[in-house]
Design a protein around this ligand. Sequence first.
Ligand SMILES: [Zn+2]
Length: 201
Amino acid sequence: MWHDDNDDIMKLYKLLEEHEFNCPFPAVCPVCGSKSGHIYMHRYDEKHHGGSWVWCSKCHNYSHGSGSVPEWWRNLSNISILKLKHSPDYLESQAELIDSLVNNLLGIPDDKLMKETTYVDPICADQTEYSIILLEGNEPSVEIVRAVNQVSHRNLLKSKELIMNAPLVIFVGDALEVHDMIEILDAGFVEYKIEPDYPYE
Ligand SMILES: [Zn+2]
C-alpha cells in the first residue's frame, strides 16, 4: 500500500530548512496536496548516523533514506527502534506525536500549531550519563551475541569475549540512547543492569 517511487515526496525535507515560513506538520503533501505530510528521523549512534522518512498519510507516497541526522534532532522515545522498517507503516501509527515533536524541534510558535500545543518528552531533557553493564551468566547464544554486538559496536568475536568477561560496561550514553539499547537487549534476552537507576519504561 505504500509507494516509494515518486521523488516529489522528498520535497517535504525542504520544510526543515524553510521552517521560518511556519509550515507546521502535518504539512501539505507535495504529491497529492492534502495536509497530511510527515517527517521523522531516528539517530542510531553518537556520530549522528540515522534513518529518515517522509510520507503522506493520504496518498501513501513515502521515501526512506539513511545518512546523518542533524545535531538538533531528538529521537521520540515512543518510537521503538526495533519496529522501524523501510516503509512508514509503524511511523504512521505515531504520526500525531511525531508531528508534535517536529513542530517543537523547529520552534514553531504554539499559536501556529493545530491543537495540542506542545509535547515535551522528559526523557529528552535528561542529561544523565547512563552505563549499561552486561551481567555475568549470559549464554553466548546467537541472539545474545547479536544483541551485544549491536549495543557495544564490537564485532561478533569481541562481543562473545565481552559476554565471557562480564560484568562489563558495554554502552555509555544519555537516556534516549540507552532507551534504544534496552530494546535491543530485551529483544535478545540479555541480562544487564543500568547505572545509575534508569527511571523510564
Ligand atoms: Zn499525499
